[in-house]
Design a protein around this ligand. Structure first.
Ligand code: BO1
Ligand code: ZN
Length: 261
């Protein structure tokens, strides 16, 4: 399976050996520039049922990241539409990317800056019915990216990563929780956020080029302590995952559009 180690036979430079899509021309992440965007649209993202309490949440260490999968009651699934999206996209899971230290960790670079971590809210086009079905279909996915910067002042960060990762330190482990230890409100604090959007890919193999990326230009805050909790989770070899961001990919003249509320 793939790794983030440049010197590994299955490191990022060689992901093309695992899936030819990873050598494609519309890969993610890329460097973004908030002032150079091609078109500026006043089209807010709409998020339906953001406050629906899921029937359950599944917390999982898949050996590459820490993910939380939402199981919403059928009639009230949380879904994203508007902005660049021509359909409704169902929120499926959230996961994080981080780095060896507090000064790197994000996948996207914004205005020449790599942030300390990045949350990805993964959504699938409702016409495909599930994340797995949608993953390799045209306009199958939309991923909402949120960058984090360090803020160690009291109360600045509020995701209790310590508690959340406690029972998924080992690769492949998961647990189901029917309460609300975690809410998307930890990430989406307001519907009014500016973002950049472009056509790209999944940032891990199979690297399918089916993702409409929506990256918020307003960073969230995280404390060094909370961020350090993510580095506790282990990979298949039993080693802590110290970093899990993919190197920057070629933009290849893709348009990046700016959206504001
Ligand atoms: S991302 O948001 O572009 N980083 C992204 C990358 C891969 C996936 C989703 C979002 N796919 C997931 C599958 C999971 C699988 C995982 C492996 O990849 O949905 O089932 O465990 O990393
Ligand atoms: Zn991701």
């Amino acid at each position: 399976t793939f790794s983030y180690d440049e010197s590994d036979p299955y490191g990022p430079q060689n992901w093309g050996r695992l899936s030819e899509h990873c050598d494609g021309s519309q890969q993610s992440p890329i460097s973004l520039y908030s002032n150079d965007s091609l078109e500026i649209y006043r089209r807010p993202l709409r998020i339906q049922h953001l406050d629906t309490i899921p029937n359950s949440l599944t917390f999982r260490n898949n050996g590459h990241s820490f993910t939380i999968t939402f199981n919403y009651p059928g009639s009230r699934v949380a879904a994203v539409s508007g902005g660049p999206l021509k359909n409704s996209y169902v929120i499926s899971q959230v996961h994080w990317h981080w780095g060896m230290n507090d000064y790197d960790g994000s996948e996207h670079i914004l205005d020449f800056r790599r942030y300390s971590a990045e949350a990805h809210i993964v959504t699938y086009n409702s016409k495909y019915g599930s994340l797995t079905n949608a993953m390799n279909q045209p306009k199958g996915l939309a991923v909402l990216g949120f960058l984090y910067e360090i803020d160690n002042s009291y109360g600045a960060s509020d995701i209790p990563f310590g508690f959340l990762v406690e029972n998924v330190i080992e690769s492949g482990s998961s647990y189901v929780e029917n309460s609300h230890l975690f809410s998307l409100r930890h990430i989406i604090q307001s519907m009014e956020f500016d973002y950049l959007s472009y056509k790209g890919s999944l940032t891990t193999p199979n690297c399918f080029e089916t993702v409409t990326w929506i990256v918020s230009t307003k960073p969230l805050k995280i404390s060094s302590h909370d961020l350090a909790q993510l580095r506790r989770i282990k990979d298949e070899k039993g080693k802590p995952i110290l970093m899990n961001y993919r190197p920057i990919q070629r933009t290849n003249y893709r348009d990046v559009d700016k959206y504001c509320s």
